[in-house]
Design a protein around this ligand. Structure first.
Ligand code: CUA
Length: 348
């Protein structure tokens, strides 16, 4: 009975694994590279995978063969011939793995240096800040500035031009550095189809180059356990055609219209302490820049679609929607929430 049950459990687990491998809707499939940098990683990974598979089959096959060949049988009490001290054999099985490792190491090291090199001069520069638990994107090129040396800043969605390298500078933000609300911790920026993943380390600046061949949406997420809402620290890379990207930049550079009434009072008294809304208040930037929040597809670490309902639900009680959120529950009345949502929805 137990044997049957075990066999059933193993069978079901195997079926689940096999079925999971067949997902057609896999937007974060690292085996489906969508740009030249991801392709370089893929071109290294695939041959190494097959070399490792060959080694695995040889070693495991050898073990199974020896298990079968020298198994215990009645009337055969004798130990099989021992080959300890065979110099020729020992030299062979030292050199052979060394040759295989060298064969893997040469392209690996070459690819590491290739990926670490600074991209060509036409690259777009973006500083990515990992916060607990959302991503901030700061466009630092001179033509992307919005007055007084201020970079264009967005959150959750990294908008890039297609077919052009984007050189990312990765930083961990936190209260220790005065540019975040949570602790500065290790995150990992992982736009799987555009590049691998790179750790974001407090006090250290890392770099990564991404590029998308075609316009499209490329979701990614934080891939390093970074606290309560690590699992809710997603992002989206939106690659646009060059013309669409220029139009997006022009739109993002515009300032927001000033809020009035209840929304105006709340933003001045509460929201502006952490959020920037260019044209209204630029004093703080420890929470997402809201100047064009309505132009984004997703909210709060890209875990909710950007709709009226979700925005209202978020304002009603942020930590209830996202564990550990550094935006507290301000116990807003429904009237206040309605007024804020009405205003935020105008920020396209
Ligand atoms: Cu940030 Cu996990």
């Amino acid at each position: 009975m137990t044997g049957k049950r075990t066999r059933l459990a193993v069978g079901l687990a195997a079926a689940a694994v096999a079925l999971a491998a067949c997902a057609t809707n896999a937007p974060q499939d690292t085996l489906d590279p969508a740009g030249p940098y991801a392709e370089k990683i893929d071109a290294l990974f695939k041959p190494v995978f097959w070399v490792a598979t060959a080694v695995f089959l040889l070693v495991e096959g050898g073990i199974l063969y020896i298990l079968w060949r020298y198994r215990h049988r009645k009337g055969r009490e004798r130990i099989p011939p021992q080959i300890h001290g065979n110099t020729r054999l020992e030299i062979a099985w030292t050199i052979l793995p060394a040759v295989v490792l060298a064969g893997v190491a040469v392209p690996t090291v070459a690819t590491i240096f290739d990926l670490a090199a600074e991209p060509p001069g036409n690259a777009l520069n973006v500083t990515v800040r990992g916060h607990q638990w959302w991503w901030e994107f700061r466009y630092t090129d001179p033509e992307m500035q919005v007055g007084d040396n201020l970079p264009l800043v967005t959150a959750n969605e990294l908008v890039i031009p297609a077919d052009r390298p984007v050189y990312l500078t990765l930083e961990s933000a936190g209260s220790e550095f005065g540019n975040g609300l949570g602790r500065a911790v290790i995150h990992s920026f992982s736009p799987f189809r555009l590049a691998g993943k790179t750790d974001v380390i407090p006090g250290k600046t890392n770099h990564m180059t991404i590029q998308a061949d075609e316009p499209g949406e490329y979701p990614g997420q934080c891939a390093e356990l970074c606290g309560f809402s690590h699992g809710f620290m997603r992002f989206e890379v939106d690659a646009l055609s060059p013309a669409d990207f220029d139009a997006w930049v022009a739109g993002q550079k515009e300032e927001a219209a000033a809020p009035s009434g209840i929304a105006g009072d709340l933003i001045a008294s509460t929201c502006a302490a952490c959020h920037t809304i260019r044209g209204v208040s630029t004093a703080a930037s420890t929470a997402p820049d809201l100047t064009h929040v309505a132009s984004r597809d997703c909210l709060a670490g890209c875990i909710f679609p950007n709709t009226r309902e979700e925005l209202a639900a978020w304002l009603r009680d942020p930590p209830a929607r996202k564990l550990g959120s550094f935006m507290p529950d301000y116990n807003l009345s429904e009237e206040e929430i309605e007024a804020l949502v009405d205003y935020l929805e105008t920020l396209e």
